[in-house]
Design a binder for this molecule. Structure first.
Ligand code: HEM
Length: 348
């Protein structure tokens, strides 16, 4: 037997140190020591494990790390083969050690995956109705948590998008009468008459202001060439439609004079509006309310009547070419002394 034959084989062998042990470098203490060297047979100065480990129990039995439990004396550790060990600079920089960084992997690493030759494609199109009924008409799937993601999610409260159609009750379920969902209102009995119900209205929308029939008024259809624009054109500035001889001054019209101009029997129609006398004869075919209506104010003071129908109408501007004079009482005409002369000074 060689002198270095291990003693744990049952043979008593006194270990012998051959030569002085080399100085042990602290940075090379990786804790392996005799555990690894015991499996090697090359070093002739190896010693048995029984001599290195304590005899009262092994480190493994005590639940300790074998690397820290057995710390053999540096003088008795055989020299391991020379190794090149890089210094962990991270400890100097206060960073996690390289060992811990390697243990907990933080950077995702791609793994090779065998991809099928068929590449899946996605689209936003609405699923075909053929594949829809399985999802829409299976209410029991709603209760299953696995089917919950298949339900349409409700929109946010302030969303303007219309809610998606409810998956049920489906039309088919209603037709078959198999819907077990609660009904909001029971169907009325057909044997009892429905009170306060008119004929079915159908799906036509309710009438709006645009479709509401106009209230029948007294406006009449004007003859061609007698529109308000035509009247504005012929009664513009410089026009004289009084029906009086040219250069006739404005008249002081008394009630006795006014009653003569009734617009009938070939006579002109005069009316009083706001204290002024107008010859409304040329305006008769242009009056939107018709000639008979306009003649209601002839030969009289039509101020009140005019205001009851259309106070918004600017009669002064429209009848400026028809101004005859001012309306005065009989007394005013007598006391003024200008009665019958129709002086222009009274028009101010
Ligand atoms: C004093 C006697 C008058 C009577 C009784 C009378 C009567 C009427 C009536 C019944 C209408 C139809 C109203 C409607 O359809 O809602 C009407 C419309 C009208 N009248 Fe007279 N009117 C008189 C004098 C005048 C005069 C002197 C003028 C012009 C200077 C005039 C200008 C108009 C106009 C412009 C309309 C259309 C108003 C609108 O569509 O808003 N009317 N009138």
């Amino acid at each position: 037997r060689p002198t270095w034959f291990p003693g744990f084989l049952g043979l008593s062998q006194t270990p012998r140190l051959v030569g002085p042990p080399p100085p042990r470098r602290p940075d090379r203490d990786d804790g392996r020591g005799a555990d690894e060297n015991s499996s090697h047979s090359e070093p002739p100065d190896a010693i048995p494990l029984e001599k290195i480990r304590p005899s009262n129990g092994s480190a493994a039995a005590n639940g300790q790390n074998s690397r820290t439990a057995a710390r053999p004396s540096p003088a008795r550790i055989p020299t391991p083969p020379p190794m090149i060990q890089l210094e962990d600079v991270s400890t100097r920089l206060g960073l996690p050690s390289l060992d811990s960084a390697c243990d907990e992997q933080t950077t995702p690493k791609a793994t090779a995956v065998l991809v099928d030759d068929a590449i899946p494609s996605f689209s936003l199109s609405v699923p075909e109705p053929s594949s829809g009924p399985e999802v829409l008409e299976s209410p029991p799937q709603i209760a299953v948590p696995a089917a919950a993601p298949m339900r349409p999610t409700p929109p946010p409260p302030n969303s303007m998008m219309p809610p998606p159609p409810r998956p049920f009750p489906s039309a088919r379920a209603h037709a078959a009468g198999s819907s077990t969902l609660p009904q909001l209102a029971p169907a009325p009995s057909r044997s009892l008459p429905i009170p306060n119900r008119g004929p079915p209205r159908g799906l036509t929308p309710p009438p709006t202001h645009s479709s509401k029939p106009k209230k029948p008024g007294k406006e009449v259809a004007l003859a061609p060439g007698h529109s308000p624009l035509d009247w504005a054109r012929i009664s513009g500035p410089g026009a004289d439609l009084r029906g009086l001889p040219k250069d006739t001054p404005y008249l002081r019209v008394t009630p006795s004079m006014l009653k003569h101009y009734t617009g009938r029997k070939g006579k002109d129609a005069w009316t009083v509006l706001g204290g002024k006398v107008y010859n409304i004869t040329p305006y008769l075919p242009f009056h939107p309310g018709g000639e008979p209506e306009l003649l209601r104010g002839a030969a009289r003071d039509g101020t009140k009547l005019f205001g009851e129908i259309h106070p918004w109408v600017n009669y002064e501007g429209m009848l400026s070419a028809c101004l005859v004079g001012i309306y005065v009482t009989e007394e005013e005409q007598t006391t003024n002394g200008s009665a019958g002369k129709g002086g222009m000074d009274d028009m101010d």
